[in-house]
Design a protein around this ligand. Structure first.
Ligand code: NAD
Length: 435
């Protein structure tokens, strides 16, 4: 009966949805539902974000500011920090952070905090979908028992599912609505409800038979990337030893029309997903006495790339009769990938600190990020002008933003170390050294 009522609400669009955590994942999802005319309440503990949304003010690059403002004006999107609104909601998606602790272990405290607040106001007829990336078993071990202890039978009174978010920041082709969505329900009824709700805004749903399988899908996707990037980073190191251009090798290998997928080396992994998610999986396996060797090896190679890049720049300066100490170095790009404004886990931040430790004076330029904090310092993006560029001994391209004029960079800085192949179009120049 409860199941049918919920499905009916989903069908006629009278459903009221809540999104917990209005960040890179939660806000695009909230706007997606709200733009369809569905009533959405975003819940976030950061009052600044709540206030901005209620003022129709967007802060996520992937969200269309006009659409967000229209939703707020029409009343389909509002935000609050008060969880008691859940009393009036039918479905909640949880999109809170899942970082690592300083010890390198998963920090699921945000999920637990959100769960405990939801529990206070949970009621029969509520769908709860966890979207935060986490280790296999989280939904069934930490979510389901908590609701059952409160007397809410899962699959009968409340419905619980896991559905990993796959957002690719900066991707102009695939957004929330047209990226197929994997869902695993805790019971078949949970799956049915979750499918009906997400089906309102997502073109293609991919059902799997359990929440664990859905959790594992996300970890496979991101572990696949981490390992292949680790492989290609090591390939770059091997190519340097052999005197071969790694970029040329990858370009030529990519012409194979089957059985090969290009990955590109770089200064290290960044973002909230690829460097972190595989560690959730290896941690879980460690508790079961199994060592995830591929994950550990890739993590080892990827996390050492900032040291490798710094060393290569030092070597290139040395070849020009210069020491790092006392030199002026420009880090080009602090976003963890091109054309976005996110610096989380960005290897550029480590590279800045590594050069400072070696006695260099370091500044950065990033058209998307005006200010940044590294482990021990605060920095402001410098102007990108020929006069300014002439003041540096070396520039290190860590992020290859499309709007940047690399020609101007190479014309004005005596040494450009390119960790992204951003200068490919400039051809061979004596002052350009590639990863
Ligand atoms: N960013 C990505 O590209 C991406 C892609 C796929 C999956 N994910 C996963 O999605 C999850 C969210 O990531 P994100 O990038 O959106 O994080 P984010 O930091 O951008 O946003 C998280 C939001 O949750 C809020 N929050 C924290 N604790 C809360 C609580 N107890 N109650 C309510 N709000 C709370 C924060 O204030 C913040 O606004 C993570 O598990 C991440 O691994 C992220």
């Amino acid at each position: 009966m409860i199941l049918n009522e919920l499905k009916k609400k989903a069908q006629d669009g009278s459903l009221r949805i809540g999104v917990v955590g209005l960040g890179y994942v939660g806000l695009p999802l909230a706007v997606q539902f709200a733009a369809k005319g569905i009533s959405v309440t975003g819940i976030d503990i950061t009052q600044g974000k709540v206030d901005r949304i209620n003022a129709g003010d967007n802060y996520i690059l992937d969200v269309d500011s006009k659409v967000l403002a229209e939703c707020v004006k029409k009343g389909t999107l509002k935000a609050t920090s008060d969880y008691s609104v859940i009393r009036d909601l039918d479905a909640i998606s949880i999109c809170v952070p899942t970082p690592l602790r300083k010890t390198g272990d998963p920090d699921i405290s945000f999920i637990l905090a959100a769960r405990d607040e939801i529990l206070k106001y949970a009621h029969p007829g509520l769908l709860i979908v966890l979207e935060s990336t986490t280790y296999p078993g989280t939904t069934d071990e930490l979510m389901v028992p908590a609701f059952e202890e409160k007397g809410l039978k899962v699959g009968k009174d409340v419905f619980i599912a896991f559905s990993p978010e796959r957002v690719d920041p900066g991707n102009e082709k695939y957004g929330t609505h047209n990226t197929p969505k994997v869902i695993g329900g805790s019971t078949p009824a949970c799956m049915e409800v979750a499918q009906a709700v997400y089906g309102l805004v997502i073109e293609h749903i991919v059902p799997v038979t359990s929440t664990q399988a859905a959790e594992m899908v996300k970890l496979l996707e991101n572990t696949f990337r981490s390992i292949n990037i680790g492989l290609v980073n090591e390939l770059a190191i091997m190519c340097k030893i052999l005197g071969v251009d790694v970029w040329e090798v990858i370009r030529a290998a990519s012409t194979k029309p089957f059985g090969f997928m290009p990955f590109y080396p770089g200064p290290g992994l960044g973002g909230h997903c690829i460097p972190i998610d595989p560690i959730y999986l290896s941690w879980k396996l460690k508790t079961l006495k199994y060592r995830a060797r591929f994950i550990e090896l890739a993590d080892d190679i990827n996390t050492k790339m900032p040291d490798y890049v710094t060393e290569r720049v030092a070597e290139a300066l040395n070849e020009r009769g210069k020491a790092v100490k006392g030199k002026k170095i420009l880090v080009m790009g602090v976003a963890y990938k091109r054309d976005i404004d996110d610096v989380r886990e960005s290897p550029s931040l480590d590279i800045i600190e590594l050069f400072i430790k070696r006695g260099a004076s370091v500044e950065y330029y990033d058209p998307f990020i005006a200010e940044v904090e590294t482990a021990n310092h605060r920095h402001k993006s410098v102007p990108f002008t020929p006069a300014q560029l002439k003041t540096y001994d070396a520039a290190v391209i860590c992020t290859d933003h499309r709007v940047v004029d690399y020609d101007m960079l190479a014309d004005n800085v005596p040494l450009v170390f390119d960790a992204r192949n951003a200068t490919a179009k400039l051809g061979q120049r004596d002052n350009i050294v590639k990863l």
